[in-house]
Design a protein around this ligand. Structure first.
Ligand SMILES: [Fe+2]
Length: 300
């Protein structure tokens, strides 16, 4: 893909299933600090400070809380059609590109990755008129990190079907860049099962990450790992177990890169003994965070 623009520009939105969407939405508005934009047929739609109509949809379900779909933004209609051709050739496409009859519309298609998780690729979806960084309010979904036992298949899927660029590997973590200056949009963690590692919501700065962490703490959601600053991506982080133990991250100040960025592997991204990040003040992640890694799945 060198020298070409990548087709995918970022994470557009996350679709989740909850037994009680209204209860989960109360957390996402009152504590996580998103804004509700719509309720329809039991589903609740929430936006961040970016223009996207919503970045999180919570749908009613009788099953366990889980991720229904990860929607990625594509540059334009040609990019969607090109991605569909690749997905179809690989046997991954679920449907053909078409206008989407959803609250935020747009044009796109759905596909399933090698682990059976559902993604969609969208362009021209409905936006709000305002788009501005707001202190202490999540702007967008910065990245999604997925645990997988199918690491080789998933790396091929992200690079060959999605056309993303593997920009770093640290330990079991693999970082993928889209057509965006953000260091990574998707992350894979080599793991023993197909679960959600975490969803990262981007704040405008470190101060906002810490203000959000304080609000989470006050509401009974302690920090499970952080505050810290990662090596790959250089982003500040705090991790939490949200509603139904959903693994969540507030992040900010992610490294901005271009095509000249050079890949570094696990030998480069090593910390001195006793350190887990650049600052060296965060304790190891909690036992709860380790357990949460095994809990949150995907609708198949
Ligand atoms: Fe992250």
């Amino acid at each position: 893909m060198s020298g070409q623009r990548l087709a995918i520009t970022g994470v557009r939105k996350i679709e989740m299933e909850h037994a009680d969407p209204a209860r989960a939405a109360k957390f996402y508005t009152d504590v996580w600090n998103l804004n509700e934009v719509a309720r329809e047929d039991g589903s609740v739609y929430l936006r961040g400070a970016c223009a996207a109509h919503h970045i999180l949809a919570i749908h009613p379900s009788n099953g366990p809380a889980r991720v229904r779909e990860i929607a990625l933004s594509a540059r334009d209609k040609d990019a969607v059609d090109g991605l569909h051709a690749r997905a179809k050739a690989g046997g991954f496409a679920v449907d053909a590109p078409a206008p989407r009859h959803t609250l935020d519309g747009g044009y796109g298609f759905s596909l399933r990755d090698p682990g059976g998780r559902r993604f969609s690729i969208l362009c021209n979806a409905r936006d709000h008129a305002d788009d501005a960084q707001v202190r202490d309010r999540p702007y967008k979904v910065g990245h999604v990190n997925i645990n997988t036992a199918l690491i080789d298949e998933m790396i091929s899927f992200y690079t060959e079907v999605f056309g993303m660029r593997l920009v770093d590997q640290a330990g079991t973590q693999y970082f993928f860049n889209a057509d965006s200056p953000d260091h990574c949009t998707l992350v894979l963690c080599k793991y023993g099962m197909e679960t959600l590692n975490h969803i990262a919501y981007e704040m405008c700065d470190l101060d906002s990450v810490l203000r959000g962490a304080g609000r989470m703490h006050d509401a009974g959601y302690p920090i499970e790992w952080g505050p810290g600053r990662h090596g790959p991506g250089d982003n500040a982080f705090c991790y939490f177990a949200g509603p139904e133990e959903c693994p969540l991250e507030y992040t900010a100040e992610v490294l901005q890169i271009d095509e000249t960025y050079e890949f570094h592997g696990p030998d480069h991204w090593k910390w001195p003994p006793g350190r887990l990040d650049q600052w060296g003040v965060t304790p190891p992640h909690t036992s709860r965070w380790k357990r949460v890694q095994t809990l949150y799945g995907f609708a198949k």
